[in-house]
Design a protein around this ligand. Structure first.
Ligand SMILES: C[S@@+](CC[C@H](N)C(=O)[O-])C[C@H]1O[C@@H](n2cnc3c(N)ncnc32)[C@H](O)[C@@H]1O
Length: 203
């Protein structure tokens, strides 16, 4: 198996990150599974606690090979679209037959979706330095209609970069969103890495 996890936290721009995931696509599922990757399940279960109708469409942002989509499905979400900028990761996601639609999108570009198309949103293991900056939170929240929910994670590396939580707090402090859930727990337990899971509600 091609082992790449140890290098995932040294990426510093979108181009190298995209090439890195294209290269990792063939062994990603096996390597993160053997390291106990549990954040997708934690996120999906946290979101399911607050969603009244899990049949409504949800967009899995940075869906990768579909591990996050699988967790959303197992938590009861029935209509899942996925987007990512790695064609190789998306090809694996497509093979799993979990997603209604799959889109190749870069989080550094404006989303090609109208606001309100998705009732709820997820970005699981995606908001990281070198992947997507804290301002991505604003772009994601602007896709939701009031009442829509956004579940996401920040791993311990992303938590060290204070810009992500600062942006989150700004949404809450200015009354554009309410924080329904925040919990620290395991992310990749075999490498002793944790993550926070958040559920934000657009107001
Ligand atoms: C750690 S993986 C998580 C994948 C999936 N959500 C999961 O939980 O297994 C991060 C994903 O984010 C994607 N990604 C990183 N930066 C991105 C960007 N700027 N635009 C779109 N996708 C991006 C990568 O291609 C990769 O598939």
């Amino acid at each position: 198996m091609k082992k790449m996890l140890a290098n995932a936290y040294t990426l510093d721009n979108a181009e190298t990150t995209k090439a890195f995931y294209d290269d990792w696509a063939g062994s990603y599922d096996e390597e993160v599974s053997e390291n106990g990757y549990v954040t997708p399940k934690r996120c999906a279960e946290a979101l399911a606690e607050f969603v009244d109708d899990p049949s409504l469409p949800i967009l899995d942002i940075g869906c990768g090979t579909g591990i996050s989509g699988q967790a959303l499905k197992e938590a009861g979400f029935a209509t899942i679209d996925g987007c990512d900028f790695s064609a190789e990761m998306l090809a694996r996601a497509d093979q799993k037959g979990l997603y209604r639609n799959i889109f190749n999108t870069n989080l550094e570009d404006p989303f090609p979706f109208e606001a309100g198309i998705y009732a709820n949103l997820a970005a699981i293991g995606v908001l990281n330095p070198g992947h997507a900056p804290a301002s991505t939170l604003d772009a994601i929240m602007s896709l939701l209609d009031p009442g829509g929910l956004f579940v996401f994670s920040l791993n311990d590396h992303a938590l060290e970069d204070k810009t992500y939580e600062a942006r989150l707090n700004e949404h809450v402090d200015t009354g554009s969103a309410a924080l329904l859930f925040r919990e620290h727990g395991p992310h990749l337990p075999q490498i002793d890495l944790g993550s926070n899971v958040y559920v934000l509600k657009k107001l």
